[in-house]
Design a protein around this ligand. Structure first.
Ligand SMILES: Nc1ncnc2c1ncn2[C@@H]1O[C@H](COP(=O)(O)OP(=O)(O)OP(=O)(O)O)[C@@H](O)[C@H]1O
Ligand SMILES: CC(=O)N[C@H]1[C@@H]2OC[C@@H](O2)[C@@H](O)[C@@H]1O[C@H](C)C(=O)O
Length: 366
């Protein structure tokens, strides 16, 4: 078992955009962030990405899943073995499918394989217990966001927004004693963030992203499409709530008749409007929205957020955090929480009925 006090944990996340694996060291006791440490990144090769892509939306019984899991394990083993000094690893894996009230949630990659390779205990399968107990299984970063709010010395409610393939928002009140205290966090997925724009760029222009939001900036958002998008019942639903990457696939069809620039503008505006629709559920207003994830590099998306949010909108770097590594750091933090028997989610973050300590621990040589 873990010794008392803070430990160095190594967290790893492979996100929905399938670009690669992020890893980050964190010195923590599972409650307080003591120190941020080394980080690393390993991109997927094109053929690896295609193997994972072929398994998207599939469940463990499908033939395409084993090769995808092998790619995920290999990439993690390569990256994590370059970072020394971890007493514990937090391994998220690659989400292939997420349907919490249907078939469940599916992250590819085995923590027991990694524990053997790395020779360190690995905490993994973070989402299943929450889903089995009636929760959304996502988002799981919120308790880490609470710790970040404390680390930056925040004294009033603020919000963290992650702009990955999907967006997720955590409202935090740092005046509460613990992350799991009633009223400390409210978290949920906001809607599609970068995924539809990326898909559009691939389909129409053979590019993977709208660099800097330049194409979106050159077009006009279609107000009727945005209005129809915002009429989706997801936005009115009281949080917590979570999404699969493809839950808003209709949005891409809706812009099919628009020019490239207007389609990009519409999808980018929609992502920002989805965040604002989410913020309408905050228990109290916030003065600051701190943005992490790749979408913070999209200047058009950030400008739309500033226009719709009515509060300061800043990349997390403005408060000394690393916007590319926040999710990897979150899984380092959550790994220590699991090892310490602390909850990783609760009614206000995933909608589960009571506090849940998700995750299983695999030991080398077990
Ligand atoms: N310079 C940039 N200009 C525009 N968009 C960018 C830029 N850099 C990153 N992005 C967007 O951010 C995406 C990657 O974001 P990120 O790495 O946070 O996603 P992820 O962690 O895979 O997703 P999730 O958090 O949903 O699991 C890219 O696919 C792209 O859409
Ligand atoms: C099921 C799943 O993997 N969800 C991811 C995804 O990517 C962003 C958003 O959708 C969030 O719900 C979650 O990841 C982050 C790390 C989370 O659990 O907090």
């Amino acid at each position: 078992m873990l010794k008392a006090g803070p430990v160095w944990a190594l967290g790893a996340m492979s996100g929905t955009s399938l670009d690669g694996v992020d890893a980050a060291m964190l010195f923590t006791d599972g409650e307080r962030i003591v120190e941020f440490g080394e980080t690393g990144y390993r991109a997927y090769e094109t053929d690896e990405r295609e193997i994972i892509r072929a398994a998207l939306g599939l469940w463990p019984d499908a033939a395409e899943v084993d090769p995808a899991a092998e790619v995920v394990e290999l990439a993690h083993a390569e990256l994590l073995s370059t970072i020394a000094g971890a007493e514990l690893v937090g391994f998220h894996g690659q989400t292939l499918a997420h349907d919490p009230r249907g078939r469940g949630t599916h992250q590819a990659g085995s923590g027991s394989v990694l524990a053997e390779v790395l020779g360190v205990p690995v905490v993994w399968d973070f989402r299943s217990a929450d889903v089995a107990l009636g929760g959304q299984g996502a988002p799981l970063a919120p308790y880490f966001h609470f710790a970040c709010a404390r680390w930056i010395g925040a004294e009033e409610p603020l919000a963290f927004l992650n702009l990955g393939g999907v967006g997720n928002l955590t409202w935090v009140d740092p005046r509460q004693p613990k992350a799991e205290s009633t009223g400390a966090c409210l978290a949920f997925d906001t809607g599609p963030a970068n995924a539809p724009v990326n898909d559009l760029m691939v389909q129409r222009l053979g590019r993977t992203q709208d660099e800097g939001g330049a194409l979106a900036a050159s077009g006009q958002a279609d107000a009727a499409i945005i209005a129809a998008f915002l009429a989706h019942p997801f936005f009115a639903r009281i949080p917590p709530k979570s999404l699969d990457r493809n839950d808003f696939h209709g949005l891409l069809h809706a812009v099919a008749g628009l020019s490239d620039a207007d389609a990009a503008a519409t999808l980018t505006r929609a992502a920002a409007e989805a965040v604002a629709a989410g913020a309408a559920h905050f228990p109290a207003p916030v003065a600051r929205l701190l943005v992490s994830g790749g979408g913070r590099h999209n200047a058009t998306l950030m400008a739309h957020l500033r226009a719709v949010m009515g509060c300061e909108v800043l990349p997390v770097e403005a408060v000394g955090l690393n916007g590319d590594m926040l999710e990897a750091q979150a899984f380092a933090y959550l790994a220590v929480r699991v090892a310490r028997g602390l909850p990783t989610s609760g009614p206000s973050t995933t909608g589960v009925a009571a506090d849940v300590g998700g995750g299983q621990i695999s030991y080398p040589g077990a």
